[in-house]
Design a protein. Structure first.
Ligand code: FES
Length: 90
């Protein structure tokens, strides 16, 4: 069975930058755990919003729910207020 394609994911935290190659279609929550980070969760089904993080892909910054967001491209990830503070918008 071939190796899954991987994307570079960078988690920006108050403690610094955590970079990891993540298998395609893994969730951001599972990727964070592999970095030793915990994104707060509750429902784990994309309903409650507890796991909201910000991702930057190119010039756009989007709010997504990490428990259901799949890694399908290189991502810069900034967590919400409960975990770390995202950078000020440009
Ligand atoms: S944990 Fe509820 S939306 Fe992700």
């Amino acid at each position: 069975m071939p190796e899954p394609f991987k994307h570079l994911v960078r988690f920006h935290t108050e403690q610094g930058l955590h970079t990891l190659e993540v298998p395609e279609y893994d969730t951001l929550c599972r990727a964070a755990i592999q970095c030793g980070l915990t994104i707060p969760t509750d429902c784990r089904h994309g309903i409650c919003g507890t796991c909201e993080v910000f991702i930057q892909t190119g010039p756009d910054c989007l709010t997504v729910r990490a428990c259901i967001t799949l890694v399908d491209q290189p991502m810069e990830v900034f967590a919400g207020d409960t975990m770390w503070t995202p950078p000020a918008p440009p």
